[in-house]
Design a protein around this ligand. Structure first.
Ligand SMILES: Cc1ncc(COP(=O)(O)O)c(C=O)c1O
Length: 439
């Protein structure tokens, strides 16, 4: 196979804003002094969400891998890992920039993170980059793992390893096979011939080691109740269960795999109901065989849970009080003839993601404006409209400061250069987090 020209992560060429300078400028300042639109994270809520998830994971006797894509910051990851008592130091990333930034941050140096999974199926132009990162992490006793969802990727990894001096013979690529359980975004279909072929290639290869399987039911965002979420969770568990059985049947080693297969499953809606679908059900009803830690380890993975947003509130598995992220905006103009107002939180600040809740955001402060919502957005313009069916009330005054809870925290935060951190619903900045940018 002709491998494409290799490309490299550009994180070392990107100068991020200085946290020190930002803290000097903003810590201790009231939110009313900030230029809007401004992304705000309530650290107390963020922490409480992390602790609630860690408790569910522990109560279920499971392990955890935190997804970092929602906030992309050192501070956020530290809170995610610390909430679980630093038992689980594994993360999953959505970009190679996130992987590299974590690798070069204090998180790895201080041993808070020792296992990084790049959660996108590996693209063939990133093999050299992936090798460099695996090599970079090794002296820090940290592992880099790749996701695969095609036979071609596994063959490319093999071919690349055969031709290069490392990691051949020393440490093979550690891969998780991504499963498609119905989301139809990425992954191999359970029980498909291609999955069988992929497992076979990994089992036979000296260059590729099968770390485990990964099921992520993104369509669980359609859940509207605990029962719905259970159904999706059951689907995730069935997917990893099916793939694990297939791998065990194909594994000719009489003693089973050298290390237990890691069967990772989750998404924030399914992770919210884990308390009620306990290990019994996974091992019993779904017949995950054999039911022993000798063969399997069961980490959950989730990312959005620490921040939350309107889409998550719409699942009815959490409530708006648990949402840690909001955007502060200002009213700019009022238009009495159409009973609408203009604010400075447009499509860039709020994203254009939608959800069951109408529009692009709910006004969470001030309370008197709870009858308004962010009805339309273009790049920098946000149009405030009255909720359908609400009694007509006075238009907001230009200059009015508002806080908006948006539809999708991951998409919102990724558009802001830094986040202002508050605590316990306070109105003073206590910290500033600078997220990583780029791919
Ligand atoms: C591959 C993968 N794993 C895990 C997650 C985490 O899902 P959630 O943010 O719903 O917890 C995502 C989110 O998109 C994902 O893409």
């Amino acid at each position: 196979m002709q491998l494409p020209t290799q490309t490299f992560t550009t994180h070392r060429l990107v100068t991020l804003p200085s946290k020190d300078e930002l803290c000097k400028a903003f810590v201790g300042q009231p939110l009313s002094s900030l230029r809007s639109p401004a992304a705000i994270i309530d650290r107390s809520i963020f922490k409480a969400n992390c602790q609630a998830m860690a408790k569910k994971v522990k109560d279920n006797g499971l392990r955890f891998r935190a997804h970092v894509k929602t906030h992309k910051t050192v501070e956020g990851i530290a809170l995610q890992v610390e909430a679980g008592g630093k038992v689980d130091k594994a993360v999953v990333c959505s970009t190679m920039t996130e992987c590299w930034q974590i690798a070069e941050s204090r998180l790895v140096k201080e041993g808070l993170v020792n296992d990084i999974l790049y959660g996108m199926p590996i693209a063939l132009d990133k093999l050299e980059d992936a090798k460099s990162l695996a090599n970079y992490l090794r002296p820090h006793n940290a592992q880099f793992r790749l996701m695969v969802d095609s036979v071609t990727q596994i063959q490319a990894l093999e071919q690349y390893a055969q031709k290069s001096s490392q990691p051949v013979g020393q440490t093979p690529w550690s891969v998780m096979i991504k499963l498609d359980g119905g989301y139809h975004r990425a992954g191999l279909t359970v029980n498909s011939d291609e999955l069988k072929q992929a497992i076979r290639l990994c089992l036979d290869s000296p260059y590729v080691e099968l770390f485990g399987f990964y099921a992520h039911f993104g369509h669980s965002y359609n859940a509207r109740s605990e029962d719905d979420a259970h159904t999706y969770l059951q689907g995730e568990v069935e997917a990893i269960n099916g793939a694990a059985k297939m791998a065990l049947e194909m594994d000719s080693r009489s003693s089973g795999p050298d290390d237990p297969y890691v069967l990772s499953f989750g998404a924030t809606p399914t992770a919210h109901v884990s308390n009620t679908l306990v290990k019994d059900k996974m091992y019993g009803e779904l017949e995950l065989l054999p039911p022993t830690d000798r063969y399997f380890r069961l980490p959950r993975h989730a990312g959005n849970y620490c921040c939350l947003d309107l889409q998550q509130v719409a699942t009815n598995l959490t409530s708006i009080e648990n949402v840690a992220v909001s955007v502060q905006s200002r009213v700019i103009s009022a238009y009495p003839h159409r009973n609408e107002a203009l604010c400075d939180a447009g499509g860039i600040a709020m994203s254009k993601d939608t959800g069951p809740y109408p529009g692009f955001g709910k006004i969470v402060s001030p309370k008197e404006m709870s009858e308004w919502e962010l009805g339309r957005v273009s790049q920098e313009h946000g149009i405030l409209v009255q909720k359908q069916g609400a009694a007509k009330i006075a238009l907001p005054e230009p200059g009015q400061i508002i806080r908006i809870c948006g539809q999708h925290a991951c998409m919102i935060l990724s558009n802001h250069p830094w986040y202002y951190i508050v605590e316990d619903g306070g109105d003073k900045v206590v910290d500033v987090w600078v997220p990583w940018k780029g791919w």
